[in-house]
Design a protein around this ligand. Structure first.
Ligand code: AMP
Length: 279
């Protein structure tokens, strides 16, 4: 497995693969990999001749006061994990490689990015769309893999690919959870033991919401308010949002429909965690 730090190295390798008629799958990540990322890499391994994993903590998608500096990093462990899953190349650029002096071009989106996480993280999706676009241009993948864990991000990227006529397939992969239900996340490492226990309230709320839908509840506002009430019982939890939205446009809805996304962001102490379920 190759580790490339420059765009030139990636392009040279991909050019060779493409000239041999091989297909390429891309898994964009910020590193500190866990089994959630692993499920994307494994899926990419099954569906493509070559697999590229990008490991890049993208400064552009962090707002002021967010956790850019403290975001966990461990390239050595990530490399061993990627290799064990059969990845062919890790792209691990420095920020200066991705954003050269004078950088001033962005991919911006309206509507979908103005709800949910976009409200509390106003620069986040501009950073995501811009870096994902750059990664697509650098790696030229046939397929790119994203987790349903970041459901709004997945919807935003699908929309961007359609709107801008990008020639690749976007593959969404299910949420991977810890045994007790907590969605796996690199940010779970921030949690103290007490917070780790309190964080279970997110997946419990998701389960409650899913059960209500299964039982035939059609009032999306009722589902959201019951989930919120459950979370509010946890003293260490502070709700950023709990919302039911149209699964494609991310606009709030009052009645259960398909596709629908019920998404939540909750602070456990200082750590902001997200979870969701789709209908
Ligand atoms: P990140 O490194 O957090 O930017 O995540 C990189 C990719 O892995 C994104 O597409 C995430 O949605 C996906 N991912 C992260 N955690 C999980 C999880 N628990 N289950 C499935 N996919 C995940």
């Amino acid at each position: 497995m190759q580790i490339a730090k420059t765009i030139k190295e990636v392009r040279t390798q991909v050019k060779t693969w493409k000239s041999e008629g091989l297909t390429v799958g891309l898994v964009p990540t910020m590193g500190y990999l866990h089994e959630g990322h692993g499920s994307l890499i494994t899926r990419a391994r099954k569906e493509n001749d070559r697999v590229v994993v990008s490991v890049f903590v993208n400064p552009m998608q962090f707002g002021p006061g967010e956790d850019l500096e403290s975001y966990p990093r461990d390239l050595e462990k990530d490399s061993a994990y990627c290799e064990s899953l059969g990845a062919d190349l890790i792209f691990h650029p420095e920020p200066e490689e991705m954003y050269t002096a004078g950088f001033c071009s962005y991919v911006d989106m309206s509507v979908l990015t103005e709800e949910l996480c976009g409200l509390s993280r106003p620069v986040h999706f501009r950073g995501v769309c811009t870096v994902v676009n750059k990664l697509f241009n650098i790696v030229q993948p046939n397929r790119a893999y994203f987790g349903q864990k970041d459901a709004q991000q997945l919807a935003v990227i699908r929309r961007m690919v359609e709107d801008l006529n990008m020639d690749l397939e976007i593959v969404g992969c299910p949420i991977v959870r810890e045994e007790d239900g907590l969605a796996k996340s690199s940010r779970n490492t921030y949690l103290s033991d007490e917070e780790r226990a309190a964080a279970l309230v997110l997946s419990k709320a998701v389960k409650l919401g899913e059960e209500l839908v299964k039982a035939g509840e059609r009032d999306a506002k009722k589902i959201v308010s019951e989930m919120s009430a459950l979370i509010q019982k946890e003293p260490l939890a502070r709700i950023d949002y709990v919302k039911a939205v149209d699964g494609l446009t991310m606009q709030q809805i009052d009645t259960v429909k398909s596709p629908m996304l019920v998404a939540l962001a909750v602070f456990i102490g200082k750590t902001r965690l997200i979870d969701n379920f789709a209908v």
